[in-house]
Design a protein around this ligand. Structure first.
Ligand code: PEP
Length: 258
């Protein structure tokens, strides 16, 4: 039995205007408040423009608020970028680092992401550090080598596992409707835990490892039942309150088993 928290996080990507985000919360938060027991931890990752408006309602509801990106520097001539201190002041509690869309569409490399992890930790926020292989890499039998490299590089300067979340998101499963089988997810999560054991004090104990990639109301419970899957990072299915509530309910059931 794991003592790691169960986490259900929603990544809204570049979706929702401010009124749309507020409408989501109006539908979502009262239903969330009606849950019984302690349940899973819920985190929402809206775009930057929604953070400040979502801060108070999310804080009151015990919902974490994640930024989707940050710059590793604290300030300076980096037009279009946002520093961790700015995100914290706007209400962010978490920051996604290394999402596959950042790695592949915006060419962010391992060392840049290592610097972001450090900046998020230095700013007192929780990085949700994303790793995952492409289809080509999986087909070539390189999935574990790639994920191992991403973890070793990104966590190289991390002194303590406290306050870090890992998300395993196979690139071929993100936004495609294809999901890793529970057995595949379990196998990769066990591998990730082995790497964390090598890299971090106390073997990275307590560090949650989430699965992401086309998680839906229909497959969340099965994925969350895998012993090494501590939660889910949900893209498309987090945009509709009803779908996301169903995934949170699956997270609550998984949390009750921990
Ligand atoms: C994501 O954006 O992290 C993600 C997993 O997206 P989706 O659930 O839509 O595949």
């Amino acid at each position: 039995m794991s003592r790691r928290p169960t986490i259900v996080a929603g990544n809204w990507k570049m979706h929702k205007t401010l009124p749309e985000g507020e409408a989501f919360l109006q539908a979502f938060l009262p239903r969330l408040a009606s849950r019984k027991g302690t349940g899973c931890q819920v985190v929402l990752a809206p775009n930057f423009t929604l953070l400040a408006a979502m801060r108070d309602p999310c804080r009151a509801a015990g919902v974490g608020l994640a930024a989707q990106n940050c710059h590793p520097e604290a300030r300076g001539a980096f037009t279009g970028e946002v520093a961790v201190g700015m995100l914290a002041a706007a209400g962010a509690t978490h920051v996604l680092v290394g999402h596959s869309e950042r790695r592949h569409l915006f060419h962010e490399d391992d060392d840049f992401l290592r610097r972001k992890v450090q900046a998020v930790l230095a700013g007192g926020l929780t990085p949700i550090f994303c790793v995952g292989e492409t289809l080509e890499e999986r087909t070539a039998g390189q999935a574990t080598a790639v994920v191992g490299r991403q973890l070793r590089a990104g966590l190289r300067d991390v002194a303590s596992p406290a306050g870090i979340i890992i998300a395993y998101e196979p690139v071929w499963a993100i936004g495609t409707g294809k999901t890793a089988t529970t057995a595949d997810a379990q196998q990769m999560h066990a591998f990730i835990r082995q790497i964390l054991g090598e890299l971090l004090p106390a073997g990275g104990a307590g560090m949650p490892v989430l699965y992401g990639g086309s998680v839906k109301p229909g497959n969340a419970a099965e994925l969350l039942a895998a012993p090494e899957v501590d939660g889910v990072l949900v893209g498309g299915a987090s945009l509709e309150p009803e779908d996301f509530l169903q995934i949170v309910a699956a997270g609550d059931r998984a949390a009750a088993q921990v």
